[in-house]
Design a protein around this ligand. Structure first.
Ligand code: SAH
Ligand code: SF4
Ligand code: F3S
Length: 442
C-alpha cells in the first residue's frame, strides 16, 4: 500500500459545525495520504461525522453504520470510524452495538483523527476516545474545504446555555473561543483559495470571548480584502447586542440576515426551556433590529411538543409567528434527549398531537414566507452565484444577501460572480428570476 493514494469517504450529518469539523479532519487525513472520494465501495477509510440533536438524526447514523457491515466483510482492510456528537454521547456503546466499527472519536478529539488512523493501519483493534469534551482548540489545522464559493470558519466551540431540551452542551462541552489572529488568518487563507462568502460559526456567536467582542470581530473580518459576503450563526436572543446590530448596519459586506432562534412563542414554555427571555423581550429586539437594519431578513428555529405544551401555548405561538413575520423558520418536533432536564419533565406530549401541531405551525409560517417572498417580485436583488442547480445544469442557483435561494437560467455567469437578478416569480422556499445576461426561468 505504501506510496499509493488511500481513499477517504466522509459522511457528515448535523449542523454547519460538523461540516467545518469534517473539513478539518479531511485536512489532517490528507497529510497522512488520504484523498477524498465519492465512492463508498472503494474507500479505504470511511468516517461518519454524527449528530444527536434529535432521535431522527441518531436513527439515520445507526442505519448507516449497519449498512457498512457488509462492506467491511467484503473488505476487512477497510477502516470505519465514527466521530462527532453521537460518538461523544455514546462512546463505547457504538462498538458494543456494532463491533465492525474500528474507532469512535469524541468532539474534543477530532484533531487526533490522523494519529488514530495511523495506529489502526499498523495494528487493528478498537479505539474509543471521548475523554476531552471541552478540549483545547487545535491551531495549525488546514481544512480541506468543500464547495467553491461559500465556506465556514468556526470562531468558538461549545455552549454554556443548557436549554433544558438540548444535548449540545453535553456533547460539545463548554464555550471556548479561538484567538482573533487565528480566525483572521483562516479567513485570509479561504479567500486565497477562492472563497467569496465566509460564515463565522458558533453555537452562540454573541458570547465570543477571544479578547474582543463578537461585534468587533465581525467588523474586523469585514475589512479583510476578498471577503465579498460575511455571515454568522447562531445568535441567542439573550445576547444579541446593540453593538452587533450597529456593526451589521454599518458593515460593508456583512449580510443583512440574522438567524435568531426563538424556539417558542409563549412565556411559560420559554421559561421551562430555560431560554431566559420573554416573548415581549424578543419582540422588542426584533423591532430594534428592524429599525436599525430596514431590509433585514430574520429566520428562526421552533420546537413543538415540548413537555407541558397546551393548546393555549400553541395558539400563542401561532399568534407570535403572525406578529413577527419571519422570512423562514426551521420547525422541529421535540425529541426527548436522555440526560437533559426536559427528559424528566412530566406531561410529555403524544406523537399524534406533536405532528398535528408541527403541520399547523408549518402551514402558518409557509404562508408568511410566501408573502415575504412575493413582496420581492419585480425587484432586483444581488445574487452570489453558486453554480448549476441540483436538478438541471441549465439552471443556475445562488443566494441573495438575505440568504434566499434564487434560480435563474444562466448566461455567462460563473460560480462566485456577484450579479443582479430581477425576481420574476416567488415561491415559499425560493425565488425565480432573470439575469440580465440570461433568460427567464419558467
Ligand atoms: N446553538 C444553536 C443551535 C442548536 S441545535 C441555537 O441555540 O440556536 C439547532 C436547533 O435544533 C435548535 O435551535 C433547536 O430548535 C433544535 N433542537 C435542539 N434540541 C432539540 C430537541 N431535543 N428536540 C427538537 N429540536 C431540538
Ligand atoms: Fe442548545 Fe440552547 Fe446551546 Fe443552542 S443555546 S446549543 S439550543 S443549549
Ligand atoms: Fe450540531 Fe448535531 Fe452536534 S446539531 S452540534 S452536529 S448534535
Amino acid at each position: 500500500m505504501r506510496g499509493m493514494e488511500k481513499k477517504l469517504k466522509i459522511l457528515t450529518y448535523g449542523c454547519q459545525m460538523n461540516v467545518a469539523d469534517s473539513e478539518r479532519m479531511a485536512g489532517l487525513l490528507k497529510e497522512i495520504g488520504y484523498s477524498l472520494t465519492d465512492e463508498i465501495e472503494t474507500a479505504d477509510l470511511i468516517l461518519i461525522n454524527t449528530c444527536c440533536v434529535r432521535g431522527t438524526a441518531e436513527d439515520k447514523v445507526l442505519g448507516q453504520i449497519g449498512r457498512f457491515k457488509t462492506l467491511k466483510r467484503q473488505n476487512p482492510a477497510l477502516i470505519l470510524g465514527v466521530a462527532g456528537c453521537m460518538a461523544q454521547k455514546e462512546g463505547v456503546n457504538l462498538i458494543k452495538r456494532a463491533p465492525h466499527v474500528d474507532f469512535v472519536l469524541g468532539t474534543g478529539q477530532s484533531s487526533e483523527v490522523a494519529r488514530v488512523v495511523k495506529s489502526l493501519e499498523r495494528e487493528r483493534r478498537h479505539i474509543v476516545d471521548t475523554s476531552n469534551v471541552s478540549g483545547e482548540i487545535p491551531s495549525e489545522v488546514f481544512p480541506l474545504r468543500g464547495g467553491q464559493v461559500s465556506t465556514f470558519v468556526p470562531i468558538m466551540y461549545g455552549c454554556n446555555n443548557f436549554c433544558t431540551y438540548c444535548i449540545v452542551p453535553y456533547v460539545r462541552g463548554r464555550e471556548r473561543s479561538r484567538k482573533p489572529e487565528e480566525i483572521f488568518s483562516e479567513v485570509k487563507q479561504a479567500v486565497t483559495e477562492g472563497f467569496k462568502e465566509i460564515t463565522l460559526l458558533g453555537q452562540n456567536v454573541n458570547s465570543y470571548a477571544g479578547g474582543m467582542t463578537f461585534a468587533e470581530l465581525i467588523a474586523a473580518v469585514d475589512k479583510i480584502a476578498g471577503v465579498e459576503r460575511l455571515r454568522f450563526m447562531t445568535s441567542h436572543p439573550k445576547d444579541l447586542s446593540d453593538e452587533l446590530i450597529a456593526a451589521i448596519a454599518g458593515g460593508k459586506n456583512i449580510c443583512e440576515h440574522i438567524h435568531l432562534p426563538v424556539q417558542y412563542g409563549s412565556d411559560k414554555i420559554l421559561r421551562r426551556m430555560n431560554r431566559v427571555y420573554t416573548v415581549e423581550k424578543y419582540l422588542r429586539l426584533v423591532e430594534k433590529i428592524r429599525a436599525a437594519i430596514p431590509n433585514v431578513s430574520l429566520t428562526t428555529d421552533l420546537i413543538v411538543g415540548f413537555p407541558g405544551e397546551t393548546e393555549e401555548d400553541f395558539s400563542e405561538t401561532l399568534e407570535f409567528l403572525r406578529a413577527v413575520k419571519f422570512d423562514a423558520a426551521f420547525t422541529f418536533i421535540y425529541s426527548k434527549r436522555i440526560g437533559t432536564p426536559a427528559a424528566t419533565f412530566t406531561e410529555q406530549i403524544d406523537d399524534e398531537i406533536k405532528h398535528r401541531r408541527l403541520e399547523e405551525l408549518m402551514r402558518v409560517q409557509n404562508a408568511i414566507s410566501l408573502e415575504k417572498n412575493l413582496a420581492l417580485e419585480n425587484s432586483v436583488v444581488e445574487v452570489l452565484v453558486e453554480g448549476a442547480s441540483k436538478t438541471d445544469d441549465k439552471i443556475f442557483m445562488g443566494r441573495t444577501r438575505a440568504n434566499k435561494l434564487v434560480l435563474f437560467t444562466h448566461g455567462n455567469e460563473r460560480a462566485g460572480d456577484l450579479i443582479n437578478i430581477k425576481i420574476t416569480q416567488a415561491q415559499t422556499w425560493l425565488l425565480k428570476g432573470i439575469s440580465f445576461s440570461g433568460a427567464c426561468v419558467e
